[in-house]
Design a protein. Structure first.
Length: 124
């Protein structure tokens, strides 16, 4: 898995919303949350192309970008990496930390219970 910086991830995240997309489409999506300079986004797109995280097609005078990484695959690998690095591969301290600081919402708890229940049914 390629190493992707936080800024590169934001660009990739904007691309995952809908693709293929032009640089101006991606810039517009990014600017909904915070102001991005056009040149910065284009530099990040070029880095992502070099890292083979995205591809591009030339259509007349513009480039259309598409992700080569699937969002689910990338986020799963990053999640596992985070848990391994910070919690020695154990998920419970991560969840406990959120619960301790009241960061878990009722919806989160319901989803976690559902995930655990399904896992128990599949692994009995």
């Amino acid at each position: 898995m390629v190493e992707i910086s936080n800024a590169e991830f934001e660009v990739l995240d904007a691309l995952w919303q809908s693709y293929p997309a032009s640089a101006s489409d991606i810039i517009e999506r990014l600017n909904r949350k915070k102001s991005w300079h056009d040149k910065t986004v284009k530099t990040l797109l070029n880095r992502l192309v070099k890292k083979e995280a995205i591809s591009f097609e030339k259509e007349q005078r513009r480039y259309l970008y598409s992700p080569l990484l699937e969002r689910d695959t990338y986020t799963q690998k990053e999640s596992i990496s985070l848990v391994e690095r910070l919690f020695s591969g154990k998920i419970s301290p991560l969840v406990a930390g959120f619960a301790k600081h009241n960061e878990l919402k009722k919806e989160d708890i319901a989803q976690l219970k559902d995930i655990i229940s399904k896992w128990e049914q599949e692994h009995d």
